[in-house]
Design a protein around this ligand. Structure first.
Ligand SMILES: [Zn+2]
Length: 259
């Protein structure tokens, strides 16, 4: 978890020098694990394995207004971590950490690190507009950017982003390793919302941070460790939406939803 502490110790406002350096250090350094691409506004794409069906996403910016190094304090009794007199920025440093662990351990997937989510999903809006071809063949997008420890988000801003069936199956898969997830329709907004209509199942997963966007923000370290281990163990092939006839273009009739 040393890497998590290090990743969380930098305040990273969108477009700042800090977020640029941080991204180079923690994300670009993983380019050796897959096919790596940076688009014009700085979104990072890493494809691990052949023809992934699932996209995992996180955002590199934090809600901080000022750059700087944060002083972190761990409470050993509660296994929580927070920053002294500051937002922690675990939203979405934790998501970036989890994606980096999956990449380093060879979990097949398209990994996307979006810029400037906190200022209105700038990176993901750009990506879906300019680079939608990157998502060809992707059946599900799972953002790792939700507070708490139990939500598989089915709706963002009141609009459906994934089916109940998908959310239930993802919950079951997570829970088979001792977690306690369930479908939840109270999502607000994260990057995956911008892919509704392009990707069939778009969700957001709780990653163990609480009270984001406030100086009270903290993380549950036990949950992050458990979730990290679980994300590496899940058989993600179960979540692909395969075409029964093995033909190119999917339609509701032709496809079987295995998730
Ligand atoms: Zn976030």
């Amino acid at each position: 978890m040393k890497k998590l502490y290090d990743m969380l110790s930098v305040a990273r406002p969108g477009k700042s020098v800090s977020v640029k350096k941080w991204t180079e250090k923690y994300i670009d350094s993983m380019s050796k694990y897959g096919h790596f691409y940076i688009d014009k506004i700085g979104n990072r794409y890493i494809t691990v394995g052949k023809d992934p069906k699932i996209a995992f996403t996180a955002h590199t910016d934090t809600v901080h207004f000022q750059e700087g190094i944060l002083k972190l304090v761990e409470n050993k009794e509660t296994s929580t971590l927070r920053a002294v007199d500051s937002v922690l920025g675990a939203d979405d440093g934790v998501g970036c950490f989890l994606l980096s662990e999956m990449i380093q351990n060879g979990v097949v997937g398209l990994y996307v690190f979006f810029v400037e989510e906190e200022t209105g999903g700038v990176g993901s809006s750009y990506s879906v507009e300019k680079h939608f071809q990157i998502y060809k063949g992707i059946d599900c997008m799972i953002s790792l950017d939700r507070r708490g420890t139990t939500n598989v988000i089915t709706h963002q801003g009141g609009s459906r982003t994934c089916s109940d069936e998908f959310a239930s199956n993802l919950s079951l898969a997570l829970n088979s390793f001792g977690l306690e997830y369930s479908p939840d329709d109270t999502g607000i907004f994260t990057d995956s919302a911008n892919f509704v209509g392009i990707i069939r199942e778009c969700t957001n997963l709780s990653v163990g941070y609480f009270r984001a966007h406030s100086t009270e923000e903290y993380v549950n370290l036990i949950h992050i460790q458990k979730l990290r281990d679980t994300l590496l163990k899940i058989d993600w092939n179960k979540f692909s939406i395969s075409n029964k006839k093995g033909q190119g273009v999917k339609s509701q009739e032709e496809s079987v939803v295995e998730c």
